[in-house]
Write a protein that binds this ligand. Structure first.
Ligand SMILES: NC(=O)c1ccc[n+]([C@@H]2O[C@H](COP(=O)([O-])OP(=O)(O)OC[C@H]3O[C@@H](n4cnc5c(N)ncnc54)[C@H](OP(=O)(O)O)[C@@H]3O)[C@@H](O)[C@H]2O)c1
Length: 300
């Protein structure tokens, strides 16, 4: 099968095409013919070797967490069924024609949802949903500071928080003020440009990291929690809470709920670019440059 692999760590130029034997599904796994794979910010970090000290990869290595496609065989789904899901982040394998996936990481794609859109959902959607539900178990009426709320993770966190009746204060780039209000944010802070002078936040969900987030987190109430998904550290000196790193886990049932919400128009995941798989290097450059306001999808 065709795949895009890395044989060493480095810049986007280390992504190269390869012809590899298709994966053989193990018990409990499904073989999926990949139609679309999302490019996540983490892909470039794995490519660069950022996680090598605690999660070394063997070469050749196929990047890519999120796929949507058709079932070829295996357990739990019928051949031809349209499925999508987040792959095991330590194994990955999305930038390829075929991938073997644990059946319980997958969900069916609802009618009316195209496969590129389905591929855009899993990692970002699961992270946002799980930070709200599993990470903080937010309750109606709580005041949440959500940073990067216009990003892929942030949009889903905003959706999940509003579903629970949480009062969301979104910290976004100044240009995104109106857009994030239209998505349901109750109040908006221009991150890096404005401070907060309202009542203290009950909790924080951060998807950005860095000093500007740290400055806002001084307004977290004592006993509140600061959950971050970002790899850019938040300077912790003098903060009311120690930042806790949150790591997403693949989940077919959570993915199914997200896809149903997207299909029903309750939350949207915009797609900025769709490129063929062999343009994976360009796709990662685009994601690393930022400012896209949407997902980049690779198609076979
Ligand atoms: N821990 C986990 O399990 C996990 C899972 C998924 C993602 N992540 C991480 O979470 C982060 C967000 O992921 P994502 O997929 O949501 O990325 P994304 O779609 O690029 O969203 C990031 C958002 O934050 C905004 N932003 C970045 N720097 C900013 C700043 N200094 N001030 C204001 N806004 C800023 C971006 O705006 P611009 O586009 O204009 O820069 C964008 O709207 C990434 O670091 C990713 O690696 C972690």
């Amino acid at each position: 099968m065709k795949a895009i692999v890395i044989n060493r760590h480095g810049g986007p130029e280390v992504l190269e095409p390869a012809d590899l034997p298709p994966p053989r599904p193990q018990p409990g796994e499904v073989l999926v013919r990949v139609a679309a794979a999302a490019v996540n910010p983490a892909d470039g970090k794995w490519r660069a070797g950022m996680f090598e000290s605690f999660a070394p990869v063997g070469f050749p290595h196929i990047l890519g967490y999120d796929v949507a496609g058709e079932v070829v065989g295996g357990e739990g789904f019928a051949p031809g069924e349209r499925v999508f899901g987040m792959l095991d982040p330590f194994r990955k394998g999305g930038y390829a024609e075929m991938v073997a996936v644990a059946a319980d990481h997958l969900a069916g794609v609802p009618d009316g949802l195209d496969l590129p859109t389905a591929a855009a959902i899993p990692t970002a959607g699961l992270t946002g949903l799980q930070m709200v539900e599993r990470g903080l178990d937010l309750q109606a009426g709580q005041r949440l500071l959500l940073t990067g709320a216009m990003g892929a993770v942030g949009r889903f966190a905003l959706f999940a928080a509003k579903e629970r009746g949480v009062d969301v204060i979104a910290a976004v780039r100044a240009a995104h003020r109106d857009a994030v209000r239209a998505l349901g944010a109750d109040q908006v802070i221009a991150l890096g440009d404005e401070d907060w002078n309202g009542a203290p936040f009950d909790h924080v969900i951060d998807t950005v990291g860095g000093a500007a987030v740290g400055a806002l987190c001084r307004h977290l109430r004592r006993g509140g929690r600061l959950l971050t998904a970002a790899t850019t550290p938040i300077p912790g000196d003098g903060l009311p809470a120690v930042p806790e790193f949150f790591a997403v886990i693949p989940s077919g049932p959570d993915a199914a709920r997200l896809a149903a919400a997207v299909a029903a128009g309750k939350v949207a995941v915009p797609i900025a670019r769709i490129l063929p798989l062999d343009q994976a290097a360009e796709a990662q450059r685009l994601v690393e440059a930022g400012g896209l306001n949407g997902k980049v999808i690779l198609t076979n």
